[in-house]
Design a protein. Structure first.
Length: 587
């Protein structure tokens, strides 16, 4: 990690805020007004001192009253404007930071999401940025005002009576000796609290997004117990945090009351001896308040700063993670030529190798079927071709050129991917068909794509047709309908390369017929790689790759492999045949 972003370094927080480029003039005005408000409050005890020392009805002049009132009004107005400006700066800082995080999250590589829970990432975006906002908008002004107030009050008190001032100053290091260790404990608690909050967010995201599975599995009691455990953890940490705060508040109150008693007692003696005037004593008491009260603000600032340092660490971890730059590289244009994988090896996180020495060629406009036992690496192969992952060794070429030399955006633009569980976003059917288009599609284009995908058959029957809301993850649509929308999306993009993970065996007979027809339309004239679940797909393929344990153990046509590859023959006669059994005959 970079020097300025070292763990536990408050400078990382300062740099993170500076990188959001907050308004300099707004910050300057806010700080200036805050300083003015604090300085004005330092003058008030001197007014009070003069009034007490010369207090008679006749001595009170209207100009003094007007000046005192004007002072209070000016202090209130400048303080209010300062608070508003600082709050606005805080809101803008967190908005820019969230914008930066959001862009980063969309550019992070797939391995990041493999290794991080969604709830943790959401917590970074929401909870941690809110901690930073709280420090900037609420506690920074209190800290600086408190420092100015304390320094100003101490200087004036030294001028009034240095002996009594030393009594006050003696209490500061004693108080700090108690509060600093408590602040360190608060840091540890706040970090754990942020981690527990992230864990709880993960649980909420996981359970609520799969609520139908929870209910269908009668898992309400199980998830209730999991949630309650997380809630109890948060409660325990919250109570510990409350205990620390319960120490801090009374300590400050105790110090304030003790000093107040000392000042009144010792000051009263000096007043009676004539060494100090009554007005000086009143001023001392008022300045004492202006020293003690900011101590609480300063303590809260450092507590929040410690929380912000922890939040900064987590945010910086995301900002410094590897990201994809989809625009780097040459644009891939023109008809797609031969695609070649040569000696490709791949492993997740440098663990056990998942793909071993994978080599094959995809000819333009030809269909290649990938078959083999589950866990053999078929889906990983698709991910490698999508360039979600970088091979440990080997190369992928297109038209004889390393595909790494082409930009991710132009490469993925040529690929249409229809997975087993066709992803659907919340929104309308039209939104889903057009999703990912880099231009505005016309109604005719959308309807044509839907027609070729046999999706118009059910869309036209809906009351709102293409403007029908599909629900979260397309829950209002059947599996066959979702798959046909996914195919329509691919047709609208008009890709040159298709990667299909067939899942028609889980559909009813009617949906399966429509989806197969739609896939047939989609595959025409395109270079196609398909994970095959149906015997007809395998038989009709121009080339078949049999993958087991991450290795290609067979390559050829259906008839060639059926004759020469024992496991393929067994696979074709047993597992692939199951897909040919009508749905009503399956047990």
């Amino acid at each position: 990690m970079k020097e300025s972003y070292q763990k536990g370094n408050w400078k990382a927080f300062v740099r993170l805020v500076r990188e959001t480029k907050p308004s300099v003039w707004m910050l300057s005005v806010a700080v200036a007004l805050s300083v003015i408000s604090t300085l004005v409050s330092l003058v008030v005890p001197l007014f009070t001192k003069g009034l007490v020392d010369s207090f008679t009805v006749d001595s009170i002049k209207p100009s003094q009253i007007v000046l005192l009132v004007a002072t209070f009004v000016a202090s209130a107005i400048s303080g209010g404007i300062s608070i508003y400006l600082l709050n606005r700066i805080g809101q803008e800082v967190v908005a820019k930071l969230r914008d930066r995080l959001w862009k980063k999250l969309l550019k992070l590589t797939i391995p990041y999401y493999d290794n991080h829970r969604t709830g943790d990432t959401i917590s970074r975006m929401t909870n941690d940025t809110a901690v930073l906002k709280g420090l900037v908008s609420e506690h920074v002004t209190g800290f600086f005002n408190g420092i100015i107030s304390m320094i100003g009050a101490i200087i004036i008190l030294l001028l009034l009576d240095w002996k009594m001032t030393l009594i006050i100053l003696a209490a500061i290091p004693v108080t700090a000796a108690v509060l600093v260790p408590l602040g360190r404990v608060m840091l540890q608690i706040s970090r754990r609290l942020q981690d527990e909050t992230a864990d709880f967010t993960t649980i909420l995201n996981q359970v609520l997004s799969e609520i139908r599975l929870v209910k269908a599995s009668n898992a309400e009691d199980r998830e209730t117990a999991v949630g309650q455990k997380a809630i109890r953890g948060l409660l325990k940490l919250g109570i510990r945090e409350g205990k620390i705060q319960a120490f801090i508040g009374p300590i400050i109150s105790f110090v304030m009351m003790g000093l107040m008693v000392l000042i009144i007692g010792y000051g009263g003696m000096r007043v009676s001896s004539g060494a100090l005037s009554a007005g000086d004593l009143v001023a001392f008491i008022l300045y004492l308040v202006q020293i003690i009260m900011p101590m609480n603000q300063i303590t809260m600032f450092f507590t929040q700063l410690q929380k912000s340092v922890g939040a900064t660490e987590r945010i910086v971890n995301i900002l410094e993670d590897n990201q994809e730059d989809v625009s780097v590289g040459a644009a891939l244009t023109g008809p797609i030529q031969t695609i070649e994988l040569a000696n490709v090896h791949f492993s997740y996180d440098k663990g056990d190798t998942v793909l071993h020495d994978i080599s094959f060629t995809l000819e333009p406009g030809k269909v290649t079927a990938v078959v083999g036992p589950s866990g053999g690496g078929k889906t990983t192969l698709f991910a490698i071709l999508e360039r979600f992952y970088i091979p440990d060794s080997g190369v992928i070429r297109v038209g004889g050129q390393d595909v790494a030399g082409f930009s991710l955006a132009s490469w993925r633009e040529q690929i249409g991917y229809v997975p087993q569980e066709s992803p659907i976003i919340a929104g309308t059917i039209r939104d889903n068909i057009c999703y990912g288009m880099n231009r505005e599609a016309t109604d005719d284009e959308i309807k044509r794509a839907a027609h070729m995908a046999y999706a118009d058959i059910f869309i036209d029957e809906l009351p709102e047709e293409y403007m029908t809301e599909v629900g979260e993850r397309g829950i209002k649509l059947s599996g066959g309908q979702r798959q046909r929308i996914s195919i329509a999306r691919a047709l609208l993009r008009n890709p040159q390369i298709l990667m299909l993970d067939e899942a028609t065996s889980s559909l009813d007979s009617q949906s399966e017929v429509f989806v197969q027809k739609a896939l047939h339309n989609l595959m025409k004239g395109r270079t196609t790689l398909v994970i095959a679940h149906r015997l007809s797909t395998v038989v009709d393929a121009d080339q078949i790759l049999f993958i087991e344990k991450g290795r290609i153990t067979g390559k050829g046509t259906h008839h060639e492999l059926f004759e020469s590859h024992e496991m393929y023959r067994e696979f074709a006669t047993q597992q692939l045949r199951i897909a040919e059994i009508p749905a009503e005959d399956k047990v």
